[in-house]
Design a protein around this ligand. Structure first.
Ligand code: GLY
Ligand code: MN
Ligand code: MN
Length: 460
């Protein structure tokens, strides 16, 4: 059976057409400090087409369907220090590519592979300096046109093809994402339970204690990395959207917001839960929590094939805006009706991000947010808060196999006119949804979202 990687290479080749050639490097290694590197993470596009995780590699696919891999050569000395290398001799059998060379031969072989093609495709925005390198290869090819070389005369962004392919997750990808969601959900449960237990025992609980618990559970179950920097935010820190787990104390009576999830076999999960540190919501906390949850439920209901990407966001905003009026976060005498709150974006004071994003190999995964067949249908509107003129285009229609997050929230910074009981409460609830024909499958619900269920598991 052909591997999914070979199938993707073949599909890409048909889209390149006979006069196209594509170049896809993996990610470079990155220095962290002096001679220590960051933990290596492959490039997602490259991995999508190869399943190969080593650094120092580039894939070339020609429109005739042939693939050539350049990878690190075998080197007994280096392998003692850095570990096993597949090497070009073993690569065709292991990865199903047609040909493989040492990466040291890329500059000499690339012009030959580009020859006789009209269009060279490569990722424009993700590999710094690649365009200069491609220019060099084209230059050496141009120098040989008198001897019969045919140099490509067009350069195109390969991401425009690969982003569309990656947007729909196949069954194998969905299975990995389901498992990543399960592992991450289990980690959230452990962090909640540890928090309540440490407080009950009178211990000094810090954000990093919960971060450690998450990491432990991710790795214990085979995940390679966190999918992004974990947010563990105690109390008012939850109102800082990109807060990182730090050393702040977690106090009895506060909420804790955890936005953390693992990457498994190259695929991200992305989960947020907000819970009372001691296991019991206060009245005002519960009021806002139930509002965010109701807004998430509305968004989940709006997530199905045929709906637009923006429908879940609009559904959330509607519930949040009405709720903000009901609980007194917004004063109807000042801001008007719920329609006014939405129209004037008055809710933005407490809800300033979108309700979701594509999820896949990258936590904010690739894929256009506009419907490709309707790009010409533009309309203009003036933003109520900034006065800026915004060009609207129809949002993407959802299809089975697309995966997105659903993550509404409320963040209440102290301000004049804002009821004090809500000050410094930050709540977000985030789940990962695979779009299906009739709705969506939430693959992150191994950790509950209902307030009563969270309280019950924190008592356990
Ligand atoms: N964890 C990043 C996000 O929720 O988008
Ligand atoms: Mn997210
Ligand atoms: Mn998140």
């Amino acid at each position: 059976m052909t591997s999914p990687y070979a199938q993707r290479r073949a599909l890409l080749a048909t889209q390149l057409g006979n006069d196209g050639v594509a170049i896809i490097p993996t990610a470079p290694e990155q220095v962290r400090n002096r001679d220590a590197d960051f933990l290596y993470r492959h490039d997602s596009y490259f991995y999508y087409l190869t399943g190969f995780k080593e650094p120092n590699a580039t894939l070339v696919i020609t429109g005739d369907g042939k693939s050539t891999l350049f990878c690190a050569p075998k080197d007994a000395e280096r392998e003692i220090w850095d570990g096993y290398r597949l090497g070009p001799e073993a690569a065709p059998a292991a990865l199903g590519v047609d040909t493989a060379f040492s990466i040291t031969e890329l500059d000499t072989q690339a012009p030959r592979l580009l020859d006789c093609h009209k269009v060279v495709w490569y990722p424009f925005a993700t590999h710094k300096g690649l365009e200069t390198r491609v220019d060099g290869w084209l230059g050496s090819l141009r120098a040989r046109v008198r001897f019969g070389a045919l140099c490509p005369d067009q350069q195109r962004d390969l991401c425009s093809i690969l982003d569309e392919m990656r947007l729909i997750k196949d069954l194998g990808e969905q299975a990995i994402m389901r498992r990543a969601g399960q592992i991450s959900a289990g980690a959230h449960i452990r962090a909640m339970q540890l928090c309540a237990r440490m407080l009950r025992e009178g211990q000094d609980v810090r954000e990093y204690h919960l971060d450690a618990e998450l990491l432990h559970e991710f790795r214990r179950l085979g995940s390679q990395h966190p999918a992004y920097g974990s947010i563990v935010a105690a109390g008012a820190n939850a109102c800082v959207l990109h807060y990182r787990a730090d050393d702040a104390p977690i106090r009895d009576g506060e909420l804790v917001l955890i936005d953390a999830a693992c990457e498994l076999d190259g695929y991200a999960s992305d989960i947020t839960r907000t819970f009372p540190a001691n296991g019991k919501f206060t009245g005002p906390q519960r009021t806002l929590y139930d509002l965010v949850l109701a807004s998430q439920e509305a968004a989940v209901t709006a997530t199905r094939a045929g709906a637009r990407f923006t429908d879940p966001h609009d559904a959330s905003v509607k519930v949040l805006a009405q709720g903000m009026l009901d609980v007194g976060l917004l004063d109807g005498n000042k801001v008007g009706s719920v329609d006014d709150v939405i129209e004037k974006r008055a809710y933005f004071q407490f809800y300033m991000h979108r309700t979701g994003h594509w999820l896949g190999m990258d936590v904010h995964d690739c894929g256009g947010y506009l419907e490709p067949s309707e790009l010409g249908q533009t309309s203009e509107r003036k933003d109520a808060l900034t006065g800026e003129v915004i060009i609207n285009r129809p949002a993407r229609v959802l299809h089975p196999g697309m995966v997105l997050t659903i993550e509404p929230g409320i963040y209440v910074r102290p301000a004049a006119g804002v009821p004090e009981q809500f000050h410094n409460i930050g709540i977000r609830i985030e789940d990962d949804a695979i779009v299906t024909a009739t709705g969506c499958e939430l693959v992150s619900r191994g950790v509950p979202v209902k307030a009563d269920e969270i309280e019950a598991l924190m008592r356990a």
